[in-house]
Ligand binder design. Structure first.
Ligand code: 5AD
Ligand code: SF4
Length: 462
């Protein structure tokens, strides 16, 4: 196979229908697409757009990779182990490709946006036909056609792009919960993070476009809308304005959002969460470290005092206010004492939940140049220590809800036993209670009877 690259502006077809006819005539059946999404909610949302496009092009979907005519891996670059997993999975596709010469394999997303990764796939993974990054997904049908017609590999990594095309509509499989991207990219350049390099600078979607999308989802019966962005607080048209506008849509639904940056989280944001009835009473506010020197080395641009000011304001207004966070353990140069400051700070803040990670070196970032003399296995032990500590905090702190009635949106059967349902409360806490499956997808008032470290148990409040 010869290698090739196409420019991002190339487009031969006047309509998707025409393109769809060209594509489907290569098959004697409805072609099946298998898509595997790695990583965050933003990637899930991008994959939904790609699925929307492929559906328009006449494809159906399968969750069995061996039945697929088109395999897409939408990848994540946030940590090294995410990348290792993708390479392992791509390796396994070699056998499928040998058995089916018509199979088209595409790899896209944050990982392939990095040149050294795209090069490695090009050199060493010949089963992959198409590589593109975080831009240009709308050209995928054209790329597939090039592979099928001309038997060539297509590498189309663009350096920058627009919004993940406004013309692509998400194909959402979940009718109860949906996400809406409100902005793409990140300007913050935290020193450990690859995101600004692979997703480019911040671009916000128009407020009216987001509003219309939310309105239409609510009209279709959606009960929970999550607004997505790397740092929603720097949404160009005013994030609190957007929350107010979406809150004004008629209907029984709630609004969540991800993620906020502590340097931009304002009192107005806390007020909006507390005062707007449809906004879920919870803030995910990634702290990353509870040590000021490490925060500075991470280029986070806030101190633990700044962070605590936001928490205190929220808890003054609403004493049971729920926070969750992201923590990185073992940043280059971090000492055990500095790690212990993080542990202490977590106890002070009292998070309901944290997502904690061992620092992963990302080449191209500022932190990748720093000396790092703590071994990964040592960092693994610190992580364990942090998790055990947090578990204790959470169990104690979650017990504040015992005796209270929370609003829960059950979306699956519970782990507690037969006849139990599970869902998240407004405060973003897993709640399990006994109830019929017909309640799935409806808001239920649940009186909390018990707190565990991972969830609350309760009974329907009649
Ligand atoms: N190593 C470990 N964790 C990271 N995160 C981002 N970059 C890295 C990295 N290089 C974590 C941060 C962020 C979350 C999405 O992933 O905690 O908030
Ligand atoms: Fe990465 Fe920091 Fe941007 Fe979050 S705010 S995506 S951690 S650079």
């Amino acid at each position: 196979m010869k290698k090739s690259s196409i420019s991002c502006g190339q487009q031969d077809f006047s309509s998707v229908l025409e393109l769809s006819l060209e594509l489907t005539k290569n098959y004697d059946h409805i072609p099946l697409c298998y898509i595997h999404t790695y990583g965050c909610a933003q990637n899930v949302s991008d994959s939904e757009k790609i699925m929307g496009l492929m559906k328009e092009c006449g494809y159906s979907f399968t969750d069995k990779v061996e039945n697929a005519d088109l395999i897409i891996f939408n990848t994540c670059a946030i940590r090294e182990n995410a990348e290792a997993k993708v390479f392992g999975n791509i390796g396994e596709l070699k056998r499928l490709k040998e058995n089916n010469k018509n199979l088209v394999i595409a790899v896209c997303g944050c990982m392939t946006q990095q040149k050294h990764i795209a090069d490695r796939i090009m050199e060493s993974y010949h089963q992959v036909d198409i590589v593109f990054g975080t831009y240009g997904a709308e050209k995928l049908p054209q790329m597939i056609l090039d592979v099928l017609r001309e038997n060539k590999r297509v590498f189309a990594i663009c350096e920058n792009g627009d919004l993940m095309s406004e013309s692509l509509r998400q194909l959402r499989s979940d009718k109860i919960k949906a996400s809406i991207p409100i902005m793409y990219g990140c300007n913050n350049f935290c020193s450990y993070c690859i995101v600004p390099y692979v997703r480019g600078r911040e671009r916000s979607r128009e407020l009216d476009a987001v509003y219309e999308e939310a309105k239409s989802l609510v009209e279709q019966g959606c009960k929970e809308i999550t607004l997505l962005g790397q740092n929603v607080n720097s949404y160009s048209y005013g994030f609190v304005e957007l929350l107010k506008k979406i809150n004004s849509i008629d209907g029984d639904f709630r609004i969540r959002f991800l993620s906020s940056h502590p340097k931009d989280a304002s009192k107005e944001l806390i007020d909006a969460i507390i005062d707007l009835p449809k906004v879920a009473k919870h803030l995910h506010l990634p702290l990353q470290s509870g040590c000021d020197e490490i925060l500075s080395a991470m280029n986070r641009r806030y101190t633990t005092n700044d962070y605590m000011r936001i928490v205190s304001y929220a808890r003054e207004r609403k004493p049971d206010f729920s926070f969750s966070s992201d923590i990185i353990v073992g940043f280059p140069g971090e000492s055990y004492e500095q790690f212990c400051q993080t542990k202490e700070f977590l106890r002070e803040v009292k998070f309901d939940n944290i997502f904690s990670y061992v620092y992963s070196r990302r080449s191209g970032t500022k932190a990748a140049e720093l000396r790092d003399n703590i071994s990964d296995s040592q960092k693994g032990l610190w992580l364990r220590e942090l998790i055990l500590d947090q578990r204790e905090t959470a169990t104690n702190w979650l017990s504040r809800f015992v005796g209270m009635t929370l609003v829960v949106l059950p979306d699956m059967e519970g782990r507690t036993g037969e006849g139990w349902l599970a869902g998240k409360s407004d405060e973003n806490i897993i709640v399990e209670f006994k109830g019929g499956k017909s309640l799935i997808g409806q808001f239920v008032r649940v009186k909390i009877t018990k707190a565990m470290n991972w969830a609350l148990l309760g009974e329907i409040d009649k």
